[in-house]
Design a protein around this ligand. Structure first.
Ligand code: SF4
Ligand code: SF4
Length: 107
């Protein structure tokens, strides 16, 4: 089994089991970008550039869905709602946790 160090906000919720509702723990997106995240991040490894910590909610959100213009600075305002809707579909938001990663807290 390969191991990888990822950095998450200390207040982030613990990763739920696979298929449970997504709680915004951020583990999957901090480990590697999804296909659309690869385009946004310009890399296939490491944390996705679109992953945003939401301190008011105490969880991570996909910035392409929740704040497209924070992620893509040049995005025109009129295009943001469309991109948000498309991104929600592309990443299958609300379909449950699809990550089988096992998390160990740093000691
Ligand atoms: S899909 Fe799973 S690992 Fe990814 S943020 Fe949601 S709960 Fe965390
Ligand atoms: S779901 Fe969003 S934040 Fe997560 S890897 Fe994909 S594009 Fe990046």
């Amino acid at each position: 089994m390969s191991r990888q160090v990822i950095r998450l906000h200390p207040a982030a919720p613990a990763k739920p089991p696979e298929a449970a509702p997504c709680n915004g723990c951020g583990v999957c997106c901090a480990a590697e970008p999804c296909p659309i995240g690869v385009l946004v991040s310009g890399r296939r490894t490491g944390a996705c550039a679109a992953l945003l910590w939401k301190s008011d909610a105490g969880l991570y959100r996909c910035g392409l869905v929740s704040a497209p213009r924070e992620v893509l600075r040049g995005l025109p305002g009129f295009a943001a709602p469309l991109l948000s809707r498309l991104a929600r579909r592309w990443i299958s938001a609300a379909s449950g946790c699809d990550s089988s990663l096992q998390v160990e807290a740093a000691t």
